[in-house]
Write a protein that binds this ligand. Structure first.
Ligand code: AMP
Ligand code: MG
Length: 403
């Protein structure tokens, strides 16, 4: 009670506040192999044409179409084959009238040839070839610039780099691309009860999970996580642990130690240091903190695992995606009918873990913020608005699709 002097801030207002805290990442040149999922920071112009030269679309023979005009299956035209052109051959001998050059897919069409006869329409001869069909001029020739002309803008700034885009960049000869670099997130959990997974657990202790969850969530959106793991509820330990890292990252994200109890280490360490602690009108994940600490954006999440995860989902995920220039920052939202009645606190937006199946959704587990296992088998979040306290079975609800 005494710790909550002001009315809670709405989910949307708090998201806007976190959004304003974190700047766009700079555009830097990155090797192609590191660019998957990132966003192009500049228009991409092609310095070459694609194909760069007329080349064969088939394994076969380069010919003059007039030389094989009379060819028929039972009256093949025989031509000498003085030259072989495998793919990659760079010194190309012109084709003389009345001859054929054996040519492989992707090899340059020799000057003088105007068509390719595919090998299946010949006897496949190496010294002489019997051509069994006529070909129209241009047959099976891939023309210079058919795909891309030199100087073309092949991708615009803001394009998300998936496999086709990276393939195209390589095809025009780029080894690096200007991209919004990955956002760098420093992650630190707090709590004297926390123990590293793999270590023995005493009564009263729990395994630390938030830093693992948050780091993975950062990586899932293409960010870079530096995980400091966890510190006990000790202000000096907290400060000492983050010192030395603050100038290397774009944002510090902590978990735990922000609610109204005693030993709230994050609150104790950062109150009056540029970080505001407040309540957001959301369940789970009400207690939050954010601000600038020593020039670094800081977002302090509550410790309950589902609260931490949901807070990341609502406030950090869209912000970090936007910082990396991503055009789509929000989850897909659909309407679905709930298979059971839902109850939600008044004046708070509730998110329930759920399973979406077609156009129906079923909550998984209760609303409790410690129920991580039910989150782990969910594929969506069910959103119950602030002004709704009961959703009847069969009613339509808003659903955020997670996977
Ligand atoms: P707090 O916000 O620090 O009061 O923590 C709320 C609840 O979340 C407590 O039950 C903590 O033990 C638990 N908790 C806090 N941090 C973590 C963490 N990093 N991993 C797992 N559980 C945590
Ligand atoms: Mg704690």
């Amino acid at each position: 009670m005494q710790d909550v002097p002001n009315a809670p801030i709405s989910v949307d207002d708090y998201r806007a506040r976190i959004g304003a805290l974190i700047q766009s990442t700079p555009v830097t040149l990155m090797p192609l192999q590191d660019c998957l999922g990132l966003v192009l920071g500049d228009d991409l112009l092609s310095p070459v044409s694609l194909p760069p030269f007329d080349n064969s679309a088939m394994d076969g023979y380069a010919v003059r179409s007039v030389d094989v005009a009379g060819a028929e299956p039972h009256a093949a035209v025989a031509l000498p084959v003085p030259v072989d052109i495998p793919a990659g051959k760079t010194d190309i001998v012109p084709l003389l009238p009345g001859t054929a050059h054996r040519i492989m897919t992707g090899a340059p069409v020799p000057p003088g040839a105007d068509a390719i006869v595919k090998v299946e329409d010949t006897d496949g001869g190496e010294q002489r070839v019997a051509v069994r069909v006529p070909v129209a001029p241009g047959t099976h020739i891939r023309r210079t610039g058919e795909d891309v002309s030199e100087g073309d803008t092949v991708l615009r700034a803001g394009a998300v780099l998936g496999s086709p885009q990276l393939g195209l960049a390589a095809a025009i000869g780029r080894a690096e691309l200007p991209v919004h670099r990955r956002v760098r997130v420093l992650i630190l959990s707090t709590g004297s009860e926390l123990v590293e997974p793999g270590e023995p657990l005493l009564m009263g202790q729990i395994y630390e999970s938030n830093s693992v969850l948050l780091a993975a969530a950062v990586q899932e959106i293409g960010g870079e996580a530096t995980v400091l793991r966890f510190v006990p509820d000790d202000v000096k330990a907290f400060r000492d642990t983050i010192a030395g890292h603050l100038d290397k990252v774009d944002v510090l994200v902590t978990s735990g130690g922000v609610s109204a109890g005693a030993y709230e280490v994050v609150k104790d360490a950062l109150t009056g240091q540029g970080v505001d602690f407040l309540r957001v009108a959301v369940q789970p994940g009400g207690p939050q903190g954010s601000g600038m600490f020593q020039g670094l954006p800081v977002v302090t999440l509550p410790g309950n695992p589902v609260s931490a995860a949901l807070s990341f989902e609502l406030f950090l995920r869209p912000t970090l995606r936007a910082a990396m220039g991503q055009p789509v920052i929000h989850r897909t939202r659909v309407k679905a009918r709930t298979t059971v009645e839902l109850r939600s606190p008044s004046a708070r937006r509730q998110y329930r873990r759920g399973r979406l199946d077609g156009d129906v959704v079923t909550p998984v587990g209760g609303p409790g913020s410690h129920l991580l296992a039910s989150f782990a088998v969910s594929n969506c979040l069910i959103e119950v608005p602030e002004d709704v306290e009961v959703v009847a079975e069969g009613d339509l609800v808003s659903v955020l699709v997670l996977s």
